[in-house]
Design a protein around this ligand. Structure first.
Ligand code: NAP
Ligand code: MG
Length: 499
């Protein structure tokens, strides 16, 4: 075991506790002065206190955002916005170790992962959208009316409220703030309560990059209060959320107050499909990673693994072998593959589902029980990779999102059966297909009801590839020009050209 030491800048940031919110270009305490504690899931230790906002803090943030839109930020030329965003991306790159450490400390994801992926993707997201401000074109419209010129403009939607979960704060945060700022909106970001630290540091870097006061506000506090206040505030024009379908539903209801625009990235129950002709040396480790990366606390987790009968036993044995080999431990241990579950509440949800699965008659092949010291550190909620077979299609664990290290392995006979069962879900975010038959791969991909399908790979994302869900996984897309469209209004302008 080699536990990495904490970077002195991270230590200094934690020592500034209670950590302030960012409103109107300033680091501020909550109006009420209330705080909450954020802990380290790896060992349960307190990391810092964070100011806990409420309606009054949201009111202040909305005012600051509106002032920014009416002031220098709203008037800023596209090239200037590009420069500031590029500077922001550079600062995120420069401080990537600090951001990776804060994220690993706060949500328990292995430091290897946050270094290699989260902090890098965060900088890349901002770099990508930094190029957009001068390229958000309107169109000229060839209407069939004589001597009339019609053109369109894409204008910022206004004040945008962003709500993100705890599993990938840096990625979800930058994925949402970057297009919103690139298009000239002012944003108010609410991170998840259990993992707010990296986002608060990101906000500081935004100020350091030169974002004018009120362009980027970060308000921390409970979702039931802050998320509720954001989604029902008449001064907010658009909400973009990544979270559970339940929270998405509440946001839709609250949004009726002023017909807010919405982009919703919600829950999932992704099917991952191994065909009999797959290259199993690639498919088995691929399926293992798809199910268990970030301890399964991933919206796209390939948690329903469908395997064609002739290779079923081989795949089950391979998954079991990898489960037995996985190193589970402290996020700062360089050997860790799977970190802890984020907190006790999530642990109880996941183990509740495991019990439910056992009661439904499914066979628990491995895992399922909390690991105890000395194999893991004291104070964390550690669960090994958990594998179920013989799971009924009607079982709750076949339908409801578990959001933990649990995979169900099903067998199937025909392609038609596979498609029917893979689509037998209220969700539709992601799917995987493993086969060496290219025609088959494309045929199945076209029939799967999901916003992203990976063929012979899994878990790839890019800032220029659209990402989002079908069905109750939400609507709208993050990443790509779709994300710019999502934070702009289109205006048609008509003018006669006769003398
Ligand atoms: P969650 O409980 O839905 O929380 C998400 C965010 O919403 C948090 O910031 C939360 O604040 C806030 N919130 C809670 N109640 C709210 C309310 N009434 N109004 C507005 N906001 C509210 O989800 P989570 O447990 O953090 O994350 C797991 C879920 O996110 C899973 O369902 C997963 O599939 C989904 N997810 C989806 C995607 C995707 O791209 N589709 C990606 C990742 C995760 P607090 O933290 O303060 O409660
Ligand atoms: Mg935490």
């Amino acid at each position: 075991m080699a536990i990495q030491s904490i970077d002195p800048n991270v230590k200094a940031f934690l020592d500034s506790s209670p950590i302030k919110m960012i409103i109107g270009g300033e680091k501020v305490a909550s109006v009420s002065g209330k705080t909450y504690v954020t802990t380290n899931p790896s060992d349960g230790a307190k990391l810092a206190e964070i100011y806990s906002g409420d309606q009054e803090d949201i009111n202040r943030a909305v005012e600051a955002a509106q002032t920014a839109m009416a002031g220098p930020w709203g008037r800023m030329l596209p090239a200037e916005r590009e420069k500031i965003l590029r500077r922001f991306a550079e600062l995120v790159e420069k401080n990537s170790e600090e951001l990776a450490q804060l994220e690993s400390l706060d949500n328990g994801k292995s430091l290897h992962h946050t270094r290699m992926i989260d902090s890098k993707v965060a900088a890349n997201n901002i770099y990508h959208f930094a190029g957009w401000p001068s390229k958000i074109f309107g169109q000229t419209v060839p209407v069939s009316i004589p001597e009339i010129f019609v053109y369109t403009r894409r204008e910022p939607v206004g004040v945008v409220g962003l709500i993100i979960p705890w599993n990938y704060p840096l990625i979800h945060g930058t994925q949402k703030i970057s297009p919103a700022l690139a298009a000239g909106n002012a944003v108010i970001l609410k991170p998840a309560s259990v993992a707010s630290l990296a986002i608060l540091r990101l906000g500081e870097l935004g100020l350091e990059a030169g974002l004018p006061a009120g362009a980027l506000n970060i308000v921390t506090g409970p979702g039931g209060v802050i998320g509720q206040a954001l989604s029902s505030h008449p001064g907010i024009n658009k909400i973009q959320v990544t979270g559970s379908t339940e929270v998405g539903r509440q946001i839709i209801q609250n949004s009726t107050v002023n017909i807010k625009r919405l982009t919703l990235e919600l829950g999932s129950k992704a099917p991952n499909c191994i065909l009999e002709d797959a290259d199993l040396d690639v498919a088995i480790p691929g399926a293992f990673k798809a199910a268990f990366v970030n301890s399964g606390q991933s919206c796209v987790a390939g948690c329903r693994l469908y395997v064609q009968k002739p290779v079923y036993e081989h795949v089950v044995a391979g998954m079991l072998e990898l489960a037995n080999k996985a190193h589970i431990g402290h996020a700062f241990d360089t050997e860790t593959d799977l970190g802890p579950i984020v907190d006790e509440a999530q642990f109880n949800t996941v183990t509740g589902y495991i019990q439910d699965g056992i009661q439904s008659g499914a066979k628990l092949l491995s895992g399922g029980k909390r690991l105890k010291p000395p194999s893991v550190p004291e104070g964390g909620f550690y669960l090994p990779p958990t594998i179920f077979t013989e799971v009924a299609d009607e079982a709750r664990i076949s339908h409801e999102e578990i959001f933990g290290p649990v995979v169900n392995i099903y067998s199937f006979d025909t392609e038609e059966e596979l498609i029917r069962r893979a689509n037998n879900t209220t969700y539709g975010l992601a799917a995987g297909i493993w086969t060496t038959n290219l025609a088959r791969a494309h045929r199945i991909a076209s029939k799967i009801e999901a916003g992203v399908v990976w063929i012979n790979t899994y878990d790839f994302f890019a800032p220029n590839a659209p990402f989002g869900g079908y069905k109750q996984s939400g609507y709208g897309r993050d990443n790509s020009f779709e994300a710019i469209e999502a934070v702009t209004e289109v205006k048609s302008i008509w003018v006669p050209t006769r003398q």
